[in-house]
Design a protein around this ligand. Structure first.
Ligand code: AMP
Ligand code: GLY
Length: 435
């Protein structure tokens, strides 16, 4: 095992969850998150860095889009591993800059991050690698978009080609709405609709090899019963009691291995996190999307169950030596996260009110996704998704009970959450698809 000092870049729930999982390793001397949030600043304090100190202030003023500011703090902290959380800095080339500065970095290169940065690039790779995905058309004009909508028919699926923070995709029965979205976003990818349950599978990659984590499912729509607009995700759970037994091996064989090979052959090896968004359709599995970073909030649910030290795995991936890591093993429990969002999300979130969190209880962790401190030092909302309440249990019924009884005790007048996260799965009402 390698002694590690780690800097996680980002400020949301994913980064908080990554830091907590990395910190569980006895070989980790310290882990910091930049710019972080009030919960990760408290973690800094445990490692002797006060939030009000000069270094504390430099950590919390890091701009992930400015590689010089990340590298300066990484060097000052003397870290030997940087882990990049969000996609935008990866697409802008942060991981390349960190590696050029001589520090190991877990995160896709700028060229490889195009798998998420351009839906069209991702489709080209999938086509070349014969990865099953929705038939699609890349449209640069309104006339092409109109033709493609008629070609594929309803429900219509229109995707902004570039990064859009989870808001670039519209799935609708309404042709006018689909065309309006296409016109607003050109160029777009228009594709056939995929039915069936969705699964998120995270695969840690070192350029050649991929190591899958547990499959998870997230809840994209803002409202109860999967209604309303898409969000970044309102909750998630894992493992999936209804998943076919061969799900992971099939995704590795049909999707991950050919994709890694295709990227390698093009001279853009994929090192970092390959997030495979899948639909298990009546015609078999299909890739809905690739992302190049851990999913949020699925990460919050998945990582607490991981037995092998996460920092060691990420370091091995960054160093190109994932082959040295044994097959991963998992706690025999289930895990779920429910997001407490600010009123208005996924539109403009309210920043009103303060948040009071009750004292910790067993099997429940409070993850900070979008919080800040006001001038009195009170905890306040600073984003759309504000908290993630993560809970474990013997089964989903118990994990839900643990999460929701804690949620009821949180005082957050300007917030809301979905009360049906993992409900259908908890009562065994999702049929197992055949692959
Ligand atoms: P993406 O950004 O590609 O993940 O899309 C966001 C969400 O839109 C996905 O998680 C799906 O719920 C939905 N979606 C995307 N593509 C399709 C498709 N071809 N068919 C049905 N739903 C889709
Ligand atoms: N939860 C979906 C995502 O991270 O994109």
């Amino acid at each position: 095992m390698v002694k590690l000092t780690v800097l996680v870049v980002g400020s949301g729930g994913r980064e908080h969850a990554l830091a907590l999982a990395i910190a569980r390793d006895v070989e980790v001397e310290s882990v910091h998150v930049a710019p972080g949030n009030p919960a990760t600043w408290a973690l800094d304090a445990q490692y002797g860095i006060d939030h009000d100190s000069d270094l504390g202030k430099r950590i919390s003023s890091v701009d992930p889009m400015d590689s010089a500011s990340v590298i300066e703090v990484a060097e000052e902290l003397g870290v030997n591993l940087v882990v990049v959380g969000p996609e935008a800095p990866l697409v802008a080339g942060l991981a390349d800059a960190v590696r050029d500065a001589g520090i190991q970095c877990f995160g896709a290169s700028k060229a490889a991050a195009q798998l998420e940065g351009s839906k069209n690039f991702a489709k080209q790779i999938m086509t070349a690698a014969k990865v099953p995905t929705a038939r699609s058309m890349y449209c640069t004009t309104a006339a092409e978009a109109s033709w493609a909508l008629s070609e594929f028919g309803a429900p219509y699926v229109v995707k902004d080609d570039g990064l859009a923070a989870g808001k670039g995709v519209v799935v609708t029965e309404d042709r006018d709405e689909a065309l309006a979205h296409a016109k607003a976003c050109l160029p777009v990818v228009i594709e056939e609709y995929l039915d069936g349950p969705e699964v998120s599978l995270f695969v840690i990659c070192d350029g050649n090899k991929g190591l899958p984590l547990l499959p998870a499912q997230d809840f994209k729509r803002v409202g109860e019963g999967d209604t309303g607009p898409n969000t970044g995700g309102m909750g998630a759970y894992c493992p999936l009691p209804w998943a076919p037994e061969n799900l992971v091996s099939k995704v590795m064989k049909k999707v991950v291995k050919p994709t890694l090979k295709e990227m390698f052959n093009r001279g853009i090896p994929f090192q970092g996190l390959l997030y495979v968004g899948l639909a298990l359709t009546t015609k078999g599995l299909r890739v809905v999307e690739f992302n190049v970073r851990f999913g949020d909030p699925e990460t919050e649910a998945v990582l607490p169950l991981l037995k092998y030290p996460l920092g060691q795995i990420l370091y091995a991936a960054a160093a190109g030596s994932l082959g040295d890591i044994p097959e991963l093993t998992w706690d025999d429990e289930v895990s779920l996260v429910v997001v407490y969002a600010a009123n208005g999300y996924p539109g403009v979130p309210s920043k009103q009110g303060t948040i009071t969190i009750p004292p910790p209880v067993d099997q429940v962790q409070v993850i900070h996704c979008g919080t800040g401190l006001d001038e009195n030092g009170d905890l306040v909302p600073r984003g759309g998704r504000v908290l993630g309440i993560v809970a474990q249990g013997e089964d989903l019924i118990e994990a839900r009970e643990n999460a929701y009884s804690f949620l009821e005790e949180i005082d957050f007048p300007g917030g809301f959450y979905r009360s049906d996260i993992a409900q259908t799965a908890s009562v065994d009402r999702i049929p197992t698809p055949t692959l």
